[in-house]
Design a protein around this ligand. Structure first.
Ligand SMILES: O=C[C@H](O)COP(=O)(O)O
Length: 251
């Protein structure tokens, strides 16, 4: 039985005081999270303080991480090892906003996954197709090729802590959610593809999150799909009531 994950990706939102207040409100409800793993990925400036004040039921994650694990001259970056040393547990890698605004490729993302695994940080690998790719019927092929490139250099044993987040780019921040059928279909395909690469036992255990305009009104239906193991939540994670309602929907 795969344990569900609800992860909040705050992106570049919230000044220090309001970030702290939101985080405290989430932590204050953590006794009600039941069997759901809850992860919060704030702007990286707040990571260390949040990790220090998190309850045991709230994990801290980074929105991105360096591909380098050795200390050195990489201005503006922080390593997975540094994240680990602050108490962080997860790192999102390959988010579509990193791909489109920073030109990140799956080859680079593979290095970030390697850096995470070396530092014992759980990578949350994001993949997903654009609207044009969906409309031209290439979505399955696009997502398989992303996964293939990012994960080919790893063994099943190395990837035990990997989480995949399927985020159709056309659904991110647009209010347009994938239908439950579209989400389930793609998640099942991802699991099948991963099974063909790493074996059925591995694929059966791997968590696949849905991301893209997930909100309290659609979370329960999405999370009830056989291959949807929770969500990577953007906009709706910025409001405690919405985020807590989504966590409830995963229980
Ligand atoms: O990482 C989160 C995703 O980009 C989803 O964002 P959204 O829930 O605002 O559509």
């Amino acid at each position: 039985m795969r344990k569900k994950i609800v992860a909040g990706n705050w992106k570049m939102n919230k000044l220090s005081d309001s970030a702290k207040a939101l985080f405290e409100e989430i932590c204050a409800h953590s006794q009600q999270f039941g069997n759901v793993t809850v992860m919060v990925a704030p702007p990286s400036l707040y990571l260390a303080a949040f990790a220090k004040s998190a309850t045991s039921k709230v994990c801290i994650g980074a929105q991105d991480v360096s591909a380098h694990n050795d200390e050195g001259a990489y201005t503006g970056e922080f390593s997975a090892a540094m994240l680990k040393s602050t108490g962080g547990r997860y790192a999102i890698v390959g988010h579509s906003e990193r791909r489109s605004y920073h030109g990140e490729t799956d080859a680079l993302i593979a290095k970030k996954i390697r850096a995470c695994l070396d530092a014992e940080i759980n990578p949350v690998y994001c993949c997903g197709e654009s609207l044009q790719e969906r409309e031209s019927g290439k979505h399955v092929q696009v997502v398989q090729s992303q996964i293939n490139e990012a994960l080919s250099g790893f063994s099943a044993d190395e990837l035990k802590t990997l989480v995949i987040a399927y985020e159709p780019v056309w659904a991110i921040g647009t209010g347009k959610t994938a239908t439950t059928e579209q989400a389930q279909e793609m998640h099942a395909d991802i699991r099948q593809f991963v099974s063909s690469k790493f074996g059925a036992d591995f694929a059966k255990e791997m968590r696949i999150l849905y991301g893209g305009s997930c909100k309290p009104s659609n979370a329960k239906e999405l999370f009830s799909q056989k291959d949807v193991d929770g969500g990577l939540i953007g906009g709706a994670s910025l409001n405690a009531d919405d985020f807590l309602a989504i966590i409830k929907a995963a229980q």
